[in-house]
Design a protein around this ligand. Structure first.
Ligand SMILES: [Zn+2]
Ligand SMILES: [Zn+2]
Length: 348
């Protein structure tokens, strides 16, 4: 199938139109017309080679909402016309212990990224959601529940599940004290999802003035992280802190804020951090953890939860041709809180 998208032709090149092929349907494949595609920091980092070299051209995008236009002969879970979604990965080995536990993201043999990966059958580079169409193995295609606005839901497929998974792993429920560091694409979903689970949510901010934004998302409190008195007053007051900051930073101010057995889970920065002092970890059996997106079953659970509770990302819709400007703005954190590309604007 011939399709079109926006691709990076080189690590330092702006995204530009590209016409390319999607594979013929295998028996267990689903073909989608992409309606909406979310814009994630990972798209920019991958295309620019920040996480290591990649291939070119590369089409980014792993927050995909679309409509099924064709299915392979063995597909039963999806049919033509269904609204569906695709997230950060499109395949895994399917038979290791983690795949069997619905933890495809931790597949022993490596998951296949929606872009920046290699097809497990042909070895061809995978190409993501800044495109008109995509072909994905049925197991990795999510059902879009009734009542979830497809024009806003796309960021749930990365930002949503990346914050949902640790909230579930650490059993966040009514009364759990949750802190969120960083109020961007991931952070704003962490606040909304934790609040919808009944948690008492606080946002950490370096500057004054985020109170109204944080409250609108569901946070009860803002703690100014540069204010020593406020940080001291917050000591021991959190069961779980979700750290969404996507660059190298210092965890030391946050560790004493955890209660005994509390956990700080990193979902933003992939790479080095400032040196951490172990004293608060040892003195309070506190933990630093990491978490990578979530499995397919867990992603479906999150979509169903969001439909039931009316949780949706805050998005700014853009046309495909505005993507380079949107990346510049995303780098400056000048977006509340996620860009979504209306793929209808790719026509012609
Ligand atoms: Zn992402
Ligand atoms: Zn596996």
């Amino acid at each position: 199938m011939q399709t079109t998208g926006f691709a990076a032709y080189a690590p330092d090149a702006p995204l530009a139109p590209w016409s390319f092929e999607r594979r013929d349907l295998r028996a267990d494949d689903v073909a989608l017309e992409i309606l909406f595609s979310g814009v994630c920091h990972s798209d920019l980092h991958t295309c620019r080679g920040d996480w290591g070299p990649t291939y070119n051209p590369i089409v980014p995008g792993h927050e995909i909402v679309g409509r099924v236009i064709a299915t392979g002969s063995a597909v039963t879970a999806h049919k033509e016309g269904d609204l569906v979604a695709v997230g950060c990965f499109v395949d895994s080995c399917g038979h290791c212990d983690n795949c069997e536990k619905d933890l495809e993201q931790y597949c022993r043999n490596g998951f296949t990224g929606t872009y920046g990966g290699r097809d497990r059958v042909t070895g061809d580079p995978t190409q993501g959601g800044y495109a008109k169409h995509i072909v994905v193995k049925d197991h990795f295609v999510l059902r879009m529940p009734e009542g979830l606005d497809p024009s806003k839901a796309a960021p749930l497929l990365c930002a949503g599940i990346t914050t949902w998974s640790p909230l579930r792993q650490w059993n966040v429920s009514a009364g759990t004290r949750v802190g969120v560091i960083g109020l961007g694409g991931l952070g704003h979903m962490a606040v909304k999802l934790a609040a919808a689970l009944g948690a008492e949510v606080s946002v950490f901010s370096r500057t004054v003035g985020k109170e109204a934004d944080a409250a609108a998302l569901g946070a009860g409190k803002v703690v100014i992280s540069t204010d020593a008195a406020q940080m001291k007053a917050a000591a021991g007051g959190f069961d779980l802190i979700i750290d969404t900051v996507p660059v190298k930073h210092d965890l030391n101010p946050y560790l004493p804020l955890l209660d005994v057995d509390g956990t700080l889970v990193i979902v933003g920065q992939v790479g080095p951090m400032e040196e951490a002092v172990t004293v608060p970890l040892i003195m309070g059996r506190r933990r630093i953890a990491g978490s990578l997106v979530g499995g397919i079953a867990e992603t479906q659970e999150m979509l169903d939860f969001c439909a039931e509770k009316g949780v949706l990302p805050e998005v700014e819709m853009i046309a495909m041709a505005e993507i380079n400007e949107a990346w510049d703005r995303m780098e400056r954190s000048d977006v509340r809180y996620r860009f979504v590309i209306d793929m209808a604007t790719l026509e012609g």
